[in-house]
Structure formats: C-alpha cells, structure tokens
Design a protein around this ligand. Structure first.
Ligand code: ATP
Ligand code: MG
Length: 577
C-alpha cells in the first residue's frame, strides 16, 4: 500500500479527552476517529489491525472445532423476555421500537438468540456437542464509555456459545476454550493472566477472565505469590483473619459518645481520636429493591459491591434481588434511617437490618458514627450495643492478605479484561425451554457455556503493552503492515526506482508493505513511521544505494543497521520469524 493512496491522518497532539496511551496513539496514528461517545470509525490502518486480531481468533476457534455463524444485531424483545433478562439487564441494554411499535434491543450479548437458534434445529444428543461463534458488533449503552476502543458503546466482539448433553462435556469444552484463549493471546504477543472471575449478569457456575497486565487496566487482580491462585478483585476471597489490633483489647469498656466536629472520613476521625483506622467501623447505608440496610466493615477496608449484591437476599430472607437496584442510599434515605447527615451513621440504635463484613467479627471497643451530627461513639461492642443480621465476606482483598488457597500472600496488580469464559449450565436452556432427547428418549435441557473476546479491546491492550514515547511498537502478528519503506527523496529517480523494486519484491513474497511515497521531509516521515509503529522500517537513500546498501531499523530497537540490497528479502524474512 502506498501512503498517498491511503487515508492515514496522523496528528501531533492527541485530544485532551484521550486519557490512556492506546486511545491517544490510535487517534494520533490515524487509526480511529470518534463519531459519538463510545462510537468510532475505523480508518484503513485501524481496520487492518482489527482484521489481524479477528483472523487469529477465527483460526484458533476453527482449530478448536467451533463453527462460525452470524446473528443479528437487532433482537426482538420476546427472546429477552423469555430469559427474563428484558427486565433485569438495566440501562446498558439499548431498547428500540420498530414501525409497528414492537420492542427490540441492540444485542449486547447473544445467549438468547443462539439458544433460540439451537432449540429450533437441534433435537438429539447425537448432534451434540456444538460450539458456535461469531465476530460481530455489539452495543452496550455503557454508563462511562472511555479509553477509546477499551470501553466503547459499540464494539466488536467474538462471542461463542457451546451446547452439551452433560455437565462433564461442558466442562471439557470450557477447558478447550481456556486453552484456545491461551493460544490466541499468546499469538497476539500479549503478556496476560487467566484469573477467576465473577459471573455478573450472565450468571452461571464458574468463569475465568483473561487479563492483559497493564498499569492502566480498569480491573484489579489479586494474585498469590506462592500458588497459582489469581482472581479478579470483584471475586477474590478474603480469608477470615483476626487482626492484631483487636486481639490486644480485652474487656468491654462503657459506650461513650464523643464530639467529632466536622470529622466524617475514617482518616479524619482516626487522626482526631488518635485511634488506629482498624478500630473504626465504617457504616454504609444501602438501598435495594427489597429495602434499605446498613453495611459494616473495618475502617481501613473497602466494600466490594459485587460480593454485597449476592448477600442482600439473605438479609431479608428473600429470593433474588435486582442487582441494578442495590446502591448507596441517597442523602434523604440516610437521614430517614440515621436521623443524621451522611458521614455520621453508626450501628447503635439504627432503624434497619445490618450486614457486616467478617472483619467486624469479634471487634472490641470500636469507634462508630453516633447517628448524630458531629458525634461518634467509642467503645462500641457487638451484641451488647447492636445486633448483626448476617456476617459475610464483603470487602476487597488488599495486598498482603493471606491467599485463600495456600499460606502465600496476595499481590494486587492491574489488568485489562480481553476475554471471558463462562460455564453457564442450564440457565438459558431452562428458561427458554431449549431441550434435546437423550439416549433414553428423555427430554433434557442443553448444558451451555459461553466465551467472549473483545476484538478492539485486544488491539488497544496490545498498544498499552507495546509503545514508547514516539508511538506504537506493533508485535508482528498484529501490525497493520510488516514493513514501512521510507524513500528519503521521492523526486530522486534512482531512489524511487530502488524503493519500488523493494516494494514489489517484498509484496510478491507475501510481506505487507506500507510505502511512504509522500513528497515530505525525511524527518517528518520518520516521525510518522515511529508513531504508526510498523515493526521494520527500511530507509532508501541515494548514498547507501551507491554502495548497494539499504538501512534497516527495527521499531523496537534504537539503532539502525545496513544490509546489502541483495540480501534484503532474506533479512526481512528472518526478522519476521
Ligand atoms: P467489563 O467488565 O469490562 O464491562 P464484561 O464482563 O461486561 O466486561 P463480557 O460480557 O464478558 O464483558 O464481554 C466479553 C468481552 O467483550 C470482554 O472480555 C471484553 O473484552 C469485551 N468488552 C466488553 N465490554 C466492552 C466494551 N464496552 N468495549 C469494548 N470491549 C468490551
Ligand atoms: Mg460490562
């Protein structure tokens, strides 16, 4: 491809709203342009990278025995009503009506559509197992679209769904997909980790996320320094441990109210009262579809809402709650329940049910809010001063926590979730009556699995891991081109003849080449070459040509070297290996 025939609108400075490096560099290298919040055009260079990722994914999915299909983006509401997700999916689901006033949604994920497809045409256990995948555009009306392709509203996903007669068969496919994903991300040249994950809105029994390790990742991962336990922080289990501070204190002292003018945060209160934050009890008032309740946890810990949501039904002795509805109560609710402004809530005399993190268990002579402006209680004791309905693991693990599996220690690192595999079980097949006939002619629901990869997010994650101050450093498998030719002076006949010759030779050998045939200063072309990040740059200048030489510069290295013109093809082929 010739630069003058391709739209590659490189820019010097990235727009201010581009916060992460991959977003900045994709914009600057002329790969993508924003159309609306979280919605992008892929320009030619950007699309080439997307296709590279897609091809790797396609090859490996085919190799794993999955079949490619293509499902619609616009989905009739009836299917989502059958699975009961129409009402619970929340506002990420973009709903629309057709001209006959019928309800549809833009597909954020396709469990319903595929389950419907399979229940129509698959009848017998003899046809199983099956695994279908598609590479398709999804829409999720994300609350905070950001970081370019990392968290878009419209984005390309590879999603796959498998159907089985037995749990064991579904588990074998889960393992097959785990290995397939490992191969895919290895082939993409990424440094990644598979971690245990929460199953979120999709539900089901177990799941792993594939995390690309990067400082800018939105996810925190807990990883054991001794065994192979690794989990998303949303899911990472906190081992119950009794902290030193609480054990030293013996005997319950009398409950006392103290004045804490304008002191609201744990930091302010612990400094003011000169107590360790571990002796503070944080009281958070929450709202849910069943009612309000209070959550207690140790002052130095953070609440994990994913864990909390699972335990809300226990507090009220009820079945399911709508997870979207579990949220921090607004100021008015806080005032109604505590008789005080936010920041002074405490468990003593509280008019609602209480759920507490295990870290509160056995705490003695603690400090809590007094449900009164500018006041706290000291020497608060469980059972004597207040009752807890339920104890549970509700906090985020922190660096240095004990591993839940061995005697190692957890470390916290950041990651970008590029893939996610789930074993779904019969969740969708049961709700949607999707069944097959087993060996005994008995009707049974399909056992399912589902497996997603964010295509654009994978490309962006690669940039997060492969860049320097000058631009992108593409690994060969994802590079938009293998070789970038820079003829130093396009008006010099010999230079251009040589450049054209090399271009043709490489292209004929199946090596993709971008030739910068613009009539621009060499310095400026080098800058663009560094920005775009093609792995091999060839500089064609008259001086070197006179000596039968061409300059090679690898994007990931700083110093160029010379190569005989005759040996160029072999050298480039060697570098590509
Ligand atoms: P996240 O927690 O990041 O929102 P998710 O758990 O909602 O992701 P899945 O439903 O498992 O994601 O989707 C499968 C894959 O699709 C993810 O692993 C991710 O790579 C990609 N993906 C999900 N949401 C987005 C988005 N808004 N923009 C780009 N890619 C996305
Ligand atoms: Mg999501």
């Amino acid at each position: 491809m010739r630069f003058t025939k391709m739209l590659v609108p490189t820019i010097k400075e990235a727009p201010k709203d581009a916060e992460v490096i991959s977003h900045q560099l994709m914009l600057r290298a002329g790969m993508i342009r924003k159309v609306a919040s979280g919605i992008y055009n892929f320009l030619p260079l950007g699309l080439r990278v997307i296709k590279k990722v897609e091809n790797i994914v396609r090859e490996e999915m085919n190799r794993a025995g999955a079949q490619e299909v293509l499902m619609p983006m616009v989905i009739p509401s009836e299917l989502w009503q059958e699975s009961k997700r129409w009402d619970v999916y929340g506002r990420e689901l973009l709903r629309l009506k057709d001209r006959h006033d019928r309800d549809f949604c833009l597909g954020p994920t396709h469990e319903e559509v595929i389950t419907d497809m399979v229940r129509r045409d698959v009848r017998s256990y003899r046809q199983l197992p099956l695994n279908f995948y598609q590479i398709q555009t999804k829409f999720r009306d994300e609350i905070r679209p950001r970081f370019g392709l990392m968290r878009g509203r419209e984005f390309i996903m590879k999603d796959a769904y498998s159907f089985h007669a037995t749990e064991e068969c579904a588990e074998r496919e889960y393992k097959n997909m785990y290995e397939t994903y490992t191969r895919i991300f290895e082939r993409c040249g990424l440094k990644f980790k598979a971690v245990e994950a929460d199953t979120g809105q999709i539900g089901g029994s177990f799941s792993h996320e594939f995390m690309v390790l990067a400082e800018t990742g939105e996810d925190a991962i807990a990883s054991c320094n001794k065994c192979n336990y690794a989990a998303n922080i949303e899911k990472a289990e906190a081992r119950r441990q009794v902290s030193g501070v609480r054990c030293q204190v013996s005997g319950e002292k009398p409950l006392t109210k103290v004045s804490t003018p304008h002191m609201k945060s744990v930091e302010e209160v612990s400094k003011f009262l000169k107590v360790n934050p571990q002796l503070l009890v944080k009281t958070l008032i929450y709202d849910s579809s069943i009612g309000s309740f209070a959550v207690l946890l140790r002052g130095d810990y953070e609440l994990n809402e994913t864990k909390l949501k699972k335990h809300v039904p226990e507090i009220f002795n009820q079945g399911a709650v709508d997870a979207d509805w579990v949220k921090l109560a607004d100021d008015k609710t806080v005032r109604d329940i505590t008789n005080a402004p936010s920041g002074f809530a405490g468990p003593v005399g509280l008019k609602c049910k209480i759920i507490a993190d295990y870290s509160i268990h056995g705490i003695k002579n603690a400090v809590t809010g007094a449900n009164e402006k500018d006041a706290h209680f000291i020497n608060v004791n469980i059972d004597r001063d207040f009752k807890v309905e339920t104890f549970a693991d509700l906090r985020n693990v922190v660096s240095g926590d004990n591993c839940p599996r061995c005697d190692g220690t957890l470390e916290i690192m950041r990651g970008i979730e590029v893939g996610h595999i789930f074993k779904l079980g019969a969740k969708y097949s049961e709700s949607m009556n999707a069944a097959f006939l087993d060996e005994n002619g008995k009707e049974r629901p399909f056992i399912m699995g589902c497996y997603g990869i964010g295509i654009g997010r994978t490309a962006a994650a690669s940039i997060e891991q492969n860049h320097d101050k000058d631009g992108i450093i593409w690994p060969f498998p994802l590079a938009p081109f293998h070789v970038h030719i820079v003829p130093v002076n396009v008006n010099d006949r010999t230079v251009m003849d040589a450049a054209e010759g090399i271009y043709n030779e490489l292209e004929t050998a199946g090596i993709s080449v971008l030739m910068d045939d613009r009539d621009e200063r060499a310095g400026m072309k080098f800058k663009d070459a560094d920005l775009i990040g093609v792995p091999i740059r060839l500089t064609i200048g008259s001086k070197n040509l006179e000596n039968g030489m061409v300059e090679i510069k690898l994007r990931k290295e700083t110093t160029p070297f010379l190569c005989k013109r005759d040996e160029l093809l072999e050298k480039v082929k060697g570098a590509l290996k």
